[in-house]
Design a protein around this ligand. Structure first.
Ligand code: NAD
Length: 260
């Protein structure tokens, strides 16, 4: 990356978002770190990224389930750094239950955080990107943006939805120097996946090791979890000049899951 870019990564205090923040900082980007909380640990994460990569960072508390906070995140980033060049819509949550038992508040939260937040941040960032005639939007979808699994109705719906948003935005801004793409990871061992294991054990009536082998990695032909660093590197590639003509599509990083 030639110029110093500013990147917002939503949900970047943990897991994939944190790895993407590090990967973009390693490319020289200033980073806006985000989550819904506002603790000293959150600010320390942003400070560490700045120290590790000799870039500028800021921690901005914004709850991605709230439209106004999604949009304010972009405004605060622009106020701090003057521009928003890269937007990574990563924040996401999961809940596992059969459709008929699926709690309504969980459905609403998953749709809001995993799908609608990307609409709001993108809508707020595009005027800045259009003015700069440069932008990279990377939506962290999932293999579940392409195929389904039982008991994940809200997640699969939100992830299929973000694939549609990705393509639509890509077409709208194709002549503005902006690209919009998705990454579709398979199973990455992060706190989000760790938290699913007890629910999956209950839903499938299996012990932990059996759920990991037969439910989770059963779908992943390589039989290995994806690493957060592999997703970080993929995001950095999509933000590079080499990816300028990659637009409105996705990169699967799923060990072959969706090839079946
Ligand atoms: P994680 O739980 O480790 O991290 C999620 C991040 O989002 C955290 O920083 C959390 O604080 C933040 N977050 C949660 N709710 C938020 C809210 N309301 N507002 C702002 N931030 C919020 O999860 P992860 O596994 O790193 O997942 C990141 C993304 O990758 C999600 O969109 C997830 O769906 C997607 N994904 C994960 C996997 C996987 O196997 N881990 C696979 C495919 C896709």
């Amino acid at each position: 990356m030639a110029a110093t870019r500013t990147a917002i990564v939503t949900g970047s205090t943990s897991g994939i978002g944190l790895a993407i923040a590090h990967a973009l900082a390693a490319q020289g980007c200033n980073i806006v770190v985000n989550s819904f909380s506002d603790t000293s640990d959150d600010h320390a994460i942003a400070d560490k990224i700045a120290r590790d990569h000799s870039v500028k960072t800021i921690y901005v508390q914004a709850d991605m389930s709230k439209p106004a906070e999604c949009r304010a995140l972009v405004t605060k980033a622009a106020e701090k750094f003057g521009t928003v060049d890269i937007l990574v819509n990563n924040a996401g949550i999961q809940h596992v239950a059969p459709v008929e038992d699926f709690p309504i508040d969980k459905w609403d939260a998953i749709i809001a955080i995993n799908l609608s937040s990307a609409f709001h941040t993108t809508a707020a960032a595009l005027p800045l990107m259009k003015k700069a005639r440069y932008g990279r939007i990377v939506n962290i979808a999932s293999a579940h943006g392409l195929v389904a699994s039982p008991f994940k109705s809200a997640y699969v719906s939100a992830k299929h939805g973000i694939m549609g948003l990705t393509k639509t935005v890509a077409l709208e801004v194709a002549t503005d120097g902006i690209t919009c793409n998705a990454i579709c990871p398979g199973y990455v061992l992060t706190p989000l996946v760790e938290a699913q294991i007890p629910d999956q054990m209950k839903a499938h009536n299996m012990d932990r090791e059996t759920v990991i082998r037969e439910v989770m990695l059963d779908k992943q032909p390589t039989k290995e979890f994806v690493t957060v660093e592999q997703i970080g590197a993929t995001a950095a590639f999509l933000c590079s000049d080499a990816a300028a003509q990659i637009n409105g599509t996705h990169i699967s990083v799923d060990g072959g899951w969706t090839a079946e």
